[in-house]
Design a protein around this ligand. Structure first.
Ligand code: ADP
Length: 545
């Protein structure tokens, strides 16, 4: 027997209409190349999103066209998030930090019809445009006065001029909630980037889950600052969830790596929650230490994308009264899978027990199913000790990659997606990521967690940033090497001593290497693949083989 409930489809248009009626006066504040501090209301944002849908129709974009963006976090990008998807078309957010050959590959693979771009990316697009002959034209996301001069891009339009000539009368069509809404490619550390095609349903469900109290706990009282770029998994879903709950949205534009601007925005715009990968918070914390400024309205920050060091969690909490919500997820998961929020059983922990608890990645959002398995695909117990391949399934987890040539190893016939991460899960459901499967260090037949070692190293005052990688060793097969960017002079022996009593003796790295900087991926994470390549000639001093 079927239930007798209305079959209203979960589409982004329903979410946008809710925001228009209920949060019309809420503000969107942005820094852009042509505005120091642009501000308008949700009502204006969505009225312009409707104009944009009309622009796309006038430009002749197909009903299900892929419309690409190469842009920072600001109000125009937000208009594209809704104007493209609510009209039934697919928003393809391109990461401008990818290599040129990856960029032309994904534009062609996605079959993008139009590319909307910030003028800062004009030169990148001029370079790849000849390699992307099926793109019908380009729209510079600026006003006529700021249009790039001597631009060679074919069929170039000005965003503000197009919008100015259009009406905001546009009834977004009703359609199946499973229709594609947006497309994001993983950075593809090996092989070509792979496309993850989100649906309206998956995006709306993910927004509900993100807003839950044990998740990001979003409400109309919040000011949200997505520091994570809008080209990185839809800025982790914050623009959608923020619109849904009626939180103020604050966008740092092209200046997202300026700690001074971030602190200005936090204090002047009443930001209560910010989200980003650990590497964006390092300069912010440095700046707070040297300037003595406060980030008072901020009460929590969501940190994920790579493991958040304990030292960062403690500095935010103890010096600034900001709770770090450590989270884990991936492009294939929209992206949030687990968030570390407390329960009544662990909220009172202190000292080492608290430290061990907060470095965990967290508990599954309702809707996300998890399991860990051994090499024979047998499920392992949730005892906080057994570690294995972390597998997931749920309504905002990708079922297959977009137009993939061949079969994905990650999508099992049993309907579970293998995340490529190795983890433990404790009896309360808290996941602790040990490593990416390809980064696990295998020493003498035993596994060592590079993330645990990095956490210990990061708590040493002389260490600014670090990575632990497994390097070949004649006797042990692999041993950990600690690669460090120093904050102050490093004494190798003293640094290695720091690990005594904090990890098993045989986990302690065999050597420390000091470097000027560490390589990062296009999404701002430390690239261990590139680091291992750079270190290919390295030999441990104690390796006689
Ligand atoms: P990419 O970095 O390749 O663009 P994603 O952003 O999808 O792709 O990265 C997902 C991966 O990032 C996860 O599989 C995991 O290895 C890592 N990751 C994400 N969050 C965390 C976290 N909190 N702790 C440790 N690793 C994390």
């Amino acid at each position: 027997m079927l239930g007798l409930m209305m079959d209203r489809q979960l589409t982004l248009a329903t979410l946008a209409r809710h925001a228009e009626r209920n949060h019309a006066r809420r503000e969107v504040v942005s820094v852009t190349a042509d505005h120091d501090r642009h501000r308008y209301t949700f009502a204006e944002a969505l009225s312009r999103a409707r104009r944009l849908s009309n622009v796309l129709t006038r430009l002749g974009a197909a009903d299900d066209a892929r419309i690409a963006t190469m842009a920072w976090n600001d109000f125009r990008h937000l208009e594209l998030y809704f104007g493209v998807s609510c009209s039934g078309r697919v928003l393809h957010t391109i990461n401008p930090r990818l290599f040129a050959e990856q960029l032309s590959y994904i534009v062609n693979h996605a079959d993008d019809e139009w590319i909307f771009f910030d003028i800062a990316f004009t030169a990148i697009l001029e370079k790849i445009a000849p390699l992307c002959p099926r793109v019908k034209g380009y729209v510079a996301m600026t006003s006529q006065a700021h249009m790039p001069a001597h631009c060679t891009l074919p069929n170039l339009h000005c965003y503000e001029t197009l919008l100015a000539h259009e009406s905001d009368q546009c009834e977004w069509p009703e359609f199946d909630e499973r229709r594609a809404s947006s497309l994001c490619y993983t950075s593809g550390t090996t092989g070509h980037p792979k496309g993850v095609l989100y649906s309206h349903r998956s995006t709306v469900l993910h927004s509900y889950a993100l807003a839950l109290p044990d998740s990001a706990n979003l409400s109309a009282l919040d000011g949200i600052l997505p520091v994570v770029p809008m080209f990185h998994v839809n800025a982790w879903g914050y623009p959608y969830a923020g619109m849904m709950v009626g939180a103020k949205l604050v966008f740092p534009g092209h200046r997202l790596s300026s700690p001074e601007l971030l602190v200005d925005l936090i204090s002047e715009e009443g930001v209560t929650i910010a989200g980003g990968v650990p590497t964006v918070w390092l300069p912010l914390l440095d700046y707070l230490r040297s300037s003595g400024r406060s980030i008072a309205p901020l009460n929590r920050t969501v940190i994920g994308g790579s493991a958040c060091p304990l030292a960062m969690i403690e500095e935010f909490r103890d010096k600034h009264g900001v709770a770090v919500l450590h989270g884990w997820g991936m492009t294939e998961m929209s992206p949030v899978g687990v968030v570390n929020s407390p329960t009544s059983a662990n909220i009172c922990l202190t000292g080492e027990a608290l430290a061990a608890q907060v470095v965990k990645q967290g508990r599954a959002l309702p809707g996300v199913e998890l399991k860990i398995t051994d090499d024979d695909n047998r499920e392992l117990p949730w005892d906080g000790e057994s570690f294995g391949a972390l597998k997931v399934r749920g309504p905002w987890i990708c079922s297959e990659y977009y137009r993939l040539d061949g079969v994905s190893q990650a999508h099992g016939a049993d309907g579970w997606f293998d995340t490529g991460d190795v983890a433990t899960i404790d009896a309360d459901g808290y996941v602790k990521i040990t490593d990416r499967a390809k980064d696990v260090i295998k020493s003498g037949g035993e596994w060592i967690s590079s993330l645990d070692l990095e956490n210990v190293a990061m708590s040493h005052p002389a260490v600014r940033e670090c990575a632990v990688v497994g390097m070949g060793h004649g006797k042990w097969q692999e041993r950990p090497l600690l690669v460090v960017v120093a904050a102050q002079a490093i004494d190798k022996a003293e640094l290695l001593n720091w690990f005594e009593g904090k990890v098993a003796k045989w986990w302690i790295p065999n050597d420390v290497l000091e470097v000027e900087s560490l390589p990062h991926t296009a999404t701002g994470k430390i690239s261990k693949l590139e680091l291992r390549r750079q270190l290919s000639a390295y030999r441990f001093p104690d390796d006689q083989a």
